[in-house]
Write a protein that binds this ligand. Sequence first.
Ligand code: PMP
Ligand code: GLN
Length: 413
Amino acid sequence: LASRYESGQFNVWIEYNNLAMITKPLNLGQGFPDYEPPSRFSNFLAEVAAEKNLYFHQYTRGMGHVRLVNALSKLYSSLINREIDPLNEILITVGAYEALFCTIQSNIEVGDEAIIIEPFFDCYEPLVRIAGGTPRFIALKNTKPNSSESHSSDWKLDPEELASLFNSKTKLIIINTPHNPLGKVFDYDELTMIADLAKKHNVLVISDEVYEWLVYEPAKHIRIATLPDMWERTITIGSAGKTFSMTGWKLGWAYGPANLIKNLMVVHQTAIYTCATPVQESTARGFEYEISVLNTPESYFQNLSKELKPKMHFLSNVLKETGFKPIIPDGGYFIISNWTMFENKIDLSLELDKYKDLQFTKWLSKNVKLQSIPFSIFFSEKSKPMAEEYMRLCFFKKDETLKEAEKILTSWT
Ligand code: PMP
Ligand code: GLN
């Protein structure tokens, strides 16, 4: 293995999915729904396949199928209040992962620094390192550690600490709102603080907004690209997998000013060239439908959080009633929960991982048949000890699955 890829060797999704194949637990680990997406979206793929248009089965435009970039331009132009050029300001990628890869690869020079907020979606760190960059970490801190009920909004950045990370080597900062795994939705003041620092130090902002439609009222999703003078320095990343609850479609995008997007395009045309045509055509139809119903009761984008909010409350309550201490999220589809009240009840001595949350989550998968994801994998090596007390659970599951989780936890605790 080329040494620059060393930081990518451990991958929690591979390891925990392999574990689940052996332990066959109730799986609240990796984030995806365990029920059908709305048939109106999945049917588009069947329609596209049935249409006998030979062009749907051949390569399409490298930087993104025209019907899809047009639909995305229409949607996001209205959401960010600026006309987005579909051909030059949008790139279609293999999931949000590839959009992150292209953005980081095309901007980081060897020796550049990238600011990453902990906890972070796990690939950010290896992506920066593989590009030759140095990650500089800053952790969100729980500002109310003693409150009886914990909320994701209690977790905050220290503005002075953040300011101290910027220097002449800082190339970019990665933000993620709504946040995986905490479910934090950054508010206007927090985003303004980050934006002001980015402007002051002439730094690029990567805004990972794959959960943009998963926000629980009264929290509100704010796109940092809409803040004053931020369009010029922001690449915003989205995911059809998250947007339409079909994570297997693995289609994503990046949008931003043409002078920045053209650099991402160089990485994309070198490594990927073009994404699957039928999936792009079907996603375009999905967006066209959604745009036509956007502010109506039919809107899936608007209904998704309404569908998920009761599931979030149900799982939070199960955790509370069984003695765990969950952190109530404002967005996304995960709940972080403290598990350490059970530490004395179990024997983790056979689990050989360095960090206790890995030991516990593996033990839980094997012995209680419930799969979760350890919290420390979302932190840099130095910060992992502060994350060991928590695990992450996904609540985008059938009500029966969540009831089964209740049964499992009630009988175990
Ligand atoms: N960013 C975040 C915060 C995520 O949780 C995920 C996982 N879906 C991704 C990016 C990658 O998304 P995709 O599946 O579209 O590649
Ligand atoms: N984003 C999802 C999660 O955090 C899936 C992870 C992945 O695609 N590797 O569970």
